[in-house]
Design a protein around this ligand. Structure first.
Ligand code: ATP
Length: 299
């Protein structure tokens, strides 16, 4: 049994390289055969996973090293019947948190993988006229998508990054969006929300690098958690932020939490959506269906 490693050395500002070096040194020491596929540029994950699938035999194993972007791209290329393992090396690592995999102990994580038996997890599967795929983390419409989009586009981000203050770009963008983003209407599984501000579907608790948005969500079951927040007064919205960080927000009357195994929804105006941190656009009045797909993991 060989290991096929798909690694993003740039994940976590170079942490991917460190994790890969540590793991490969250990595999060499333990005389475990591996084949390393390092991404050279964004989106290489697709081609490398295709190459791995063409070369590996049925008993060989796949290990993915990287952050949430890497695991999302890799799983989108991996057929549902192929098992995989994951060693986190990103900045946010929400999928690893959801899986309850250590964020630091590379070798311990590998040792667990090496002796693991296959387990089923459920990831999000989404489909509309223009968008389809798998989300390993979350599918967000509105606020979170607008924040990610604005932070990626903002001129300030470039300046702040050169000053090594990149995270501030997110803070400024988030503040601007919270102040000015208009609400939108969503009809989901027969219920209409008229003043939606945040609308996120998730299979595990975390978003935004460890924020417990849906504390009871679990990758091991088929339930999808929807967290919807209405646009209400600004003071109330700011007061809600520390509650979200402490996972105490779901009892707020402006927060709606629905759990179901599939969601069908339409929005009333075009909105940005973020799917595992990548920004897309969802057109008004298109039907979006979100269900789950079973995947096999060794962890
Ligand atoms: N060699 C590379 N150089 C630059 N970008 C790369 C390279 N390899 C992969 N990428 C891109 O990096 C992105 C994924 O980064 P990833 O999300 O895994 O790390 P992160 O952003 O540090 O972690 P997290 O998402 O957990 O915060 C993907 O869009 C991927 O295509």
């Amino acid at each position: 049994m060989d290991y096929y490693i798909l690694a993003n050395p740039h994940a976590g500002h170079g942490h991917g390289q460190q994790v890969t070096d540590k793991l490969t040194a250990y595999l060499t020491q333990e005389q475990i055969t591996y084949h390393l596929f390092n991404t050279q540029q964004p989106l290489d994950e697709y081609q490398l996973m295709t190459d791995i699938l063409a070369q590996k035999s049925a008993e060989d194993r796949i290990v993915i090293i990287g952050g949430d972007g890497t695991i999302s791209l890799a799983v989108n290329t991996l057929p549902a019947d192929q098992a995989f393992s994951y060693i986190p090396a990103g900045s946010g690592n929400d999928f690893a948190r959801g899986l309850d995999v250590s964020l630091q102990q590379t070798i311990e994580t590998f040792d667990n993988i090496h002796k693991a038996t296959p387990q089923t997890i459920y990831v999000l599967k989404y489909e509309s006229e223009d968008l389809s795929g798998i989300a390993t983390n979350n599918f967000g419409i509105g606020l979170d998508a607008a924040i990610v989009a604005a932070a990626n586009q903002s001129v300030t981000k470039g300046v702040l990054n050169t000053l090594k203050l990149g995270q501030l770009a997110y803070l400024f963008s988030a503040l601007k969006i919270i102040l000015f983003k208009k609400p939108f209407q969503v009809t989901v599984n027969g219920t209409t929300f008229d003043k939606t501000f945040l609308f996120t579907l998730t299979k595990h608790p975390f978003f935004g690098g460890g924020v417990p948005l849906a504390p009871d969500a679990n990758l091991m079951d088929a339930d999808i958690h929807l967290v919807e927040v209405d646009r209400f007064n600004l003071l109330g919205i700011f007061a809600l932020i520390p509650k979200v960080l402490k996972a105490k927000h779901l009892s707020n009357k402006h927060v709606n939490h629905l759990v179901d195994q599939s969601f069908e929804l339409k929005i009333s105006s075009d909105q940005p959506v973020q799917i595992d941190g990548e920004v897309h656009q969802l057109q008004a009045h298109q039907t979006l269906r979100v269900t789950t797909e079973k995947r096999t993991i060794l962890k």
